[in-house]
Design a protein around this ligand. Sequence first.
Ligand code: UDX
Length: 455
Amino acid sequence: MQHKRVGVIGGGPVGLVTATILASWGTRTALIEWDDRRLRALEAGKAPFFEPGLDELLKEELEKEFLVVGGDLSVLSASPVTFICVGTPPGPDGTPDLGDLERATADAAEVVPEQGVVAIKSTVPPGTTSRLNAKIAESRHDIFFVSCPEFLREGEALHDMRSPSRVVVGGTDPQANKRVADLFAPSEAPVIFTSPTGAELIKYGSNAFLATKISFVNELANLCDLVGADVTEVANGIGADPRIGRAFLNAGLGFGGSCFPKDVRGLEEAGTTRGYTSWLLKACTDINAQQRYRFAAKIRSALSGSVAGSRIAVLGLSFKPGTDDLRQAPALDIVRSLRRDGARVVATDPVAILAAASLIPEVELVPDPYECVRDADALVLATEWPEYLALDWARIRDLMRGNVILDGRNVLDRKLLSSLGFWCYGIGRPVVAPNLGDEQDRIPHVATQQSAESR
Ligand code: UDX
């Protein structure tokens, strides 16, 4: 049987996951990585970032020899389809920087075979694929361009690649579109064919809608704080409408990561550069940017109006569980804000401590959450890692000096915490006071009593 062959340029979170899964489906895959450090890691069977299950799959596919990694683009001359999966990081104004993408596309166009297909998988502003196609057409007329966006969540990327909710292929040549779509046939996912710009807008629009849903529920949470309702109950009621759905209606510190912030700004910019102002996307970004600072203010208020001199433990640094990615992570801005206000901050994270050390050098980083909370006046949950939900909270109470918990993701068991003598603050949820039952007099920390009176 003639095995399909593809090339993938870019060994980052999108390219490496795409290459390993295509190889696992029996497609001979050549992964090209320019960065020497990353390339050495890949050749050693080690992903240069944390993604559950990826190291094991990478090693397996390298051993089976369906996947080869290297830095030499000439191998792409044997690949009828080449995916471009290089990063499009946010520039100073938050919109995507396409420098690497333009370079990778130009390099690929020099080596892909006649009738070859260049599939742009990187997330790009609407119109980019067509513009790159026109630019390359000045030197080559015998290759095709399609947009084939990815919908991978960090921490769930292997699942999302194996079982996507849809495969989107945007191109003007039906044969070229089909060749790309056929590569994903093992996923048995529905395929949506559209124009290149249509595919780009499906990607931007999907992320912008999810981000807007989050900012919407955070706006509701801020209103719940003012009117005295519980946003979790409100979200349950709203999400019960099948037209709305409960997913992505979890109020908290807001969204971070490399995708939502950049894609919302990129879509907004697509309008601005054409004379259109998207107030909705602007509001989504603004609400999200403020959410983490509103929470820092809530921490100050819970500690009698000032954190100066307080020891505050922060559980979780990555922008979400399941990843070591700190890009736009709310925890980093909260930690910096607390430090600016004179607090002593001790932080922990299951996988992101190494990455965080250079970003928040003024913060004490400890691997063990129990050590992190020792003698703390307050505990902040910033990332809802499952490990933290399963902690021994009675042991935490005995280790802490104070009894104030601020749950930035509304995920902790408030009834349990209250029964253990904690004050528990959430986002858009009523404060829960200690309820020790017959031990009510055991509120251990005087400052907390003062703050209790000031509440
Ligand atoms: C997202 C999209 O889900 C994915 O389809 C796309 O390909 C890339 O961008 P990712 O950024 O990895 O994936 O994480 P996701 O799980 O979507 O969460 C994004 C952010 O929203 C995180 O910071 C998360 O904490 C936050 N979030 C998510 C909320 O604040 N509330 C929610 O209800 C859900």
